[in-house]
Design a protein around this ligand. Structure first.
Ligand SMILES: [Fe+2]
Length: 255
């Protein structure tokens, strides 16, 4: 994988404080024999969808629908075991800020050459930890809840304005195990997550960069993210003129 894609999908040193620190090994044997084929097909399909959306064979919104459907087919208990989620929760050192910890994990049963075309991360939340509200450029992603409950607030990105992004609120809901919250340019580009159980864990598949020729009104920061504040009063039509803020300000306000 070329360096730009690797950096795009796997973060940067600036986010180190937000990252867990331990390594997990790929654990092929962790899958029960009875579902190994299902898991293999699931992993292959994630790789295929990543390849299709990156090449433009699928739109971002089509990718969202496809991965949401796909994630309903993987037995969660087996996935949790294969990703060694119990160990991750036990050994994760949470930061002082109320931020979810992000951990890259190997995706079991994926061929190494496919493994690099998309991200695969676990997010661990204590009660009250958040992933502050942000938009994304050139990215699609899907967060599958594995454990606990997450409050997921999503918004459509209607228009990039001079110092803000005009948002249309689309959902504010509690999601539990088995539920996937996805995003693309076309649907729910802005999301904001908060752990509302003692411990919550999500599995995120980000894919990018996609639509390389698309021009956005605002450049992204690390991980293709743009932080903003959707808590300002809504306009008369219900849409929100959300000012852009720095990552530091997002942490101060939302973590
Ligand atoms: Fe995101």
């Amino acid at each position: 994988m070329e360096n730009s894609r690797r950096q795009f999908l796997f973060g940067s040193i600036q986010m180190a404080a937000w990252y867990g620190v331990f390594q997990l090994g790929t654990n092929r044997k962790a899958w029960a024999k009875s579902i190994r084929l299902t898991a293999q097909q699931w992993a292959d399909q994630i790789a295929q969808l990543a390849s299709d959306v990156t090449a433009g064979r699928l739109s971002g919104e089509e990718w969202q629908s496809a991965i949401e459907r796909l994630h309903t087919r993987i037995p969660l208990a087996d996935l949790i075991k294969a990703l060694d989620v119990d160990r991750l929760v036990r050994e994760t050192k949470q930061p002082q800020e109320r931020l979810a910890v992000v951990q890259d994990v190997p995706i079991p049963l994926t061929e190494p050459q496919h493994d690099q075309t998309f991200g695969h991360k676990l997010f661990v939340y204590r009660r009250g930890d958040s992933t502050p509200p942000h938009a994304h450029n050139h990215l699609v992603s899907a967060h599958l809840t594995l454990r606990g409950n997450i409050r997921a607030r999503t918004f459509n990105r209607l228009q990039d304005l001079e110092r803000s992004i005009l948002l249309q609120p689309t959902s504010d809901r509690s999601v539990g195990p088995g539920h996937t919250v996805s995003m693309s340019d076309a649907r729910d580009n802005v999301h904001w997550f908060e752990g509302i159980a003692d411990v919550s864990v999500t599995f995120d598949v980000p894919v990018g960069p996609i639509t390389p020729k698309k021009k956005y009104g605002h450049p992204a920061q690390v991980w293709s993210q743009i932080y903003l504040d959707p808590t300002v009063p809504a306009r008369g039509d219900g849409n929100i003129d959300a000012p852009l803020i720095s990552f530091e300000d997002a942490v101060r306000k939302f973590a």
